[in-house]
Design a protein around this ligand. Structure first.
Ligand code: ADP
Ligand code: MG
Length: 386
C-alpha cells in the first residue's frame, strides 16, 4: 500500500517547500469502470464508480504569473512555468495535468494567475484507474474555488476534457472526470454519453458481503493506441453501414438483421457495443432492484464479449478473470480500454484470500510478472479537505 500524506501533513510539507501555508487542500479520486467498455464514443452508456484512492493537492494562488509544481512521487523535482504562456503539448510528465487545467480555465476567460501546488496521490499510475484525471479533478476543484471561477460540476467536467484533449493531447471522453467529480460513497455513476445525463446508482458491495478486487496485470501492449483507433473506426463503419448516427441507436433486436449488412469482423465489433450497452442497462436495473450480488453473470458476459467480439483482451487479462472465477468470484471482467491494464473481480469477502492466491499462482505458472492486487470501494467524489 502506498504511503500517503493526510491534509495536515500535506499542508505542512507545502509550507516547508514553498515557505508559507497553502490556501487549502483538495482531493479527487481515481475510478473503476464497472460496466460499459468502448461504449462512450458510440454515444452509449457507462457505469464507473469513484474509488477510495485519491490525488490530493495543496494549492496557493500567487500574486504573479509564476507556477511552481511539485509531486511527492517520482524524481521530476520542482517544475516551474509561466501561467501567461502555456502551450499545449509542451509540458513534461505529470505537470501537463495541472497546467492543462489552468490553460483550460484561461480558455474560458479566467485571468492569468500563478500558483504553487504540491501533489500527493495513492492512485496507482498507469493501471487504468485514471490517476491522471484524479490529479486534474483535484486541481480544477481547487482553482474553481480559489479563483472564484464559479464553474458548476458539468462545466468542470468539460473543462478537464478540454485540458486532456487539447493540452495533454489525449482523445478522452467525459467518463473519468464525471466519476471523479460526481462519485458518491456506496454508489456507481450511470452516465449517458449522448445527453450527458447522470444518475447515482446504489453499489454498496461491502454491505452485501462482497469485495471488489482490482487485478493490475501491469501489462501495457504496444498496439493499444493503434487498437483503440481501429476499434473506433470499426464502430464508425458499422454505424454508417447500418444508417445510424451512432451504434447507440442499434438495439439488441436489430442485430439479427445487421448480420447480412456487415462483414463478419465489423458485425462482431458492433455486437459487442450493442450488447455492452444493454449490459450497462441491465446492471443498473439489477443494482436498483436486487443488489451487487446479482451482477456477476453480466460481468462475465462483458468479459467474453470483449475477448471474443471486440478482441481487446490479452492472455494476462483472460488468466486473471479465469483464475478469479475459479476461486470463487461471482463475476469478473477486464476493465478499461484493453490490450493490458486491469481486471476487476467481484468476490464474496470470504473468498478474498483464495482469489488472490489463485491469481498469483496462475501468473507465476504462466511466467508472467506478478500482478498488483488491491481492494477498491465506491467512494466519494472530489472534495475540499482543508
Ligand atoms: P492512468 O490515468 O490510467 O493512471 P495515465 O497514463 O493516463 O494512466 O496517467 C499516468 C500518469 O499520471 C503518469 O505517467 C504520471 O505522469 C502521472 N501521475 C499520476 N500520479 C502521479 C503522482 N502522484 N506524481 C507524479 N505523477 C503522477
Ligand atoms: Mg489517464
Amino acid at each position: 500500500m502506498t504511503l500517503t500524506l493526510d491534509a495536515g501533513q500535506l499542508a505542512a510539507r507545502f509550507g516547508s517547500v514553498f515557505g508559507s501555508a497553502p490556501d487549502g487542500v483538495w482531493q479527487a479520486p481515481g475510478r473503476v469502470n464497472l460496466m460499459g467498455e468502448h461504449t462512450d464514443y458510440n454515444e452509449g452508456f457507462v457505469l464507473p464508480f469513484a474509488i477510495d484512492r485519491t490525488a490530493r493537492v495543496a494549492v496557493r494562488l500567487r500574486p504573479d504569473s509564476a507556477v511552481r509544481l511539485l509531486s511527492t512521487f517520482g524524481n521530476q523535482g520542482l517544475t516551474t512555468a509561466d501561467a501567461g504562456s502555456l502551450v499545449g503539448g509542451t509540458a513534461k510528465g505529470w505537470t501537463k495535468y495541472p497546467l492543462g487545467v489552468l490553460w483550460a480555465l484561461q480558455q474560458r476567460g479566467l485571468p492569468v494567475r500563478g500558483l504553487d501546488l504540491l501533489l500527493d496521490s495513492d492512485v496507482p499510475r498507469g493501471a487504468g484507474l485514471s490517476s491522471s484525471h484524479a490529479i486534474e479533478c483535484a486541481v480544477i476543484s481547487a482553482l474553481n474555488e480559489l479563483t472564484g471561477a464559479g464553474l458548476d460540476t458539468q462545466e468542470m467536467v468539460l473543462a478537464t476534457q478540454r485540458a486532456e484533449n487539447d493540452f495533454v493531447g489525449a482523445p478522452t471522453g467525459i467518463m473519468d472526470q464525471s466519476a471523479s467529480l460526481r462519485g458518491a460513497a456506496g454508489h456507481a455513476l450511470f452516465l449517458d454519453c449522448r445527453d450527458q445525463s447522470v444518475r447515482l446508482v446504489p453499489f454498496d458491495a461491502e454491505s452485501a458481503g462482497l469485495v471488489m478486487l482490482v487485478i493490475d496485470t501491469k501489462v501495457s501492449h504496444s498496439h493499444a493506441a493503434g487498437g483503440y483507433a481501429a476499434r473506433r473506426a470499426s464502430c464508425e463503419l458499422g454505424a454508417a453501414a447500418l444508417g445510424v448516427r451512432a451504434l447507440r441507436d442499434v438495439g439488441p433486436g436489430d442485430l439479427e438483421g445487421a448480420g447480412g449488412r456487415l462483414d463478419p469482423v465489423t458485425f462482431r465489433r458492433v455486437r459487442h457495443v450493442v450488447t455492452e450497452n444493454e449490459r450497462v442497462r441491465q446492471t443498473v436495473a439489477l443494482l436498483d432492484s436486487t443488489g451487487p450480488g446479482a451482477i456477476g453473470p453480466l460481468l462475465d458476459a462483458s468479459h467474453a464479449s470483449m475477448r471474443d467480439d471486440f478482441e481487446i483482451s490479452c492472455p494476462e487479462l483472460d488468466l486473471a478473470v479465469v483464475a478469479a472465477r475459479s476461486a470463487g468470484a461471482v463475476g469478473a471482467r477486464m476493465t478499461g480500454g484493453g490490450f493490458g491494464g486491469s481486471a476487476i473481480a467481484l468476490i464474496p469477502a470470504t473468498a478474498e484470500q483464495p482469489v488472490r492466491a489463485a491469481v498469483e499462482r496462475g501468473f507465476a505458472a504462466a511466467g508472467y510478472p506478478a500482478p498488483a492486487i488491491f481492494r477498491v470501494r465506491p467512494a466519494a467524489g472530489a472534495v475540499r479537505l482543508a
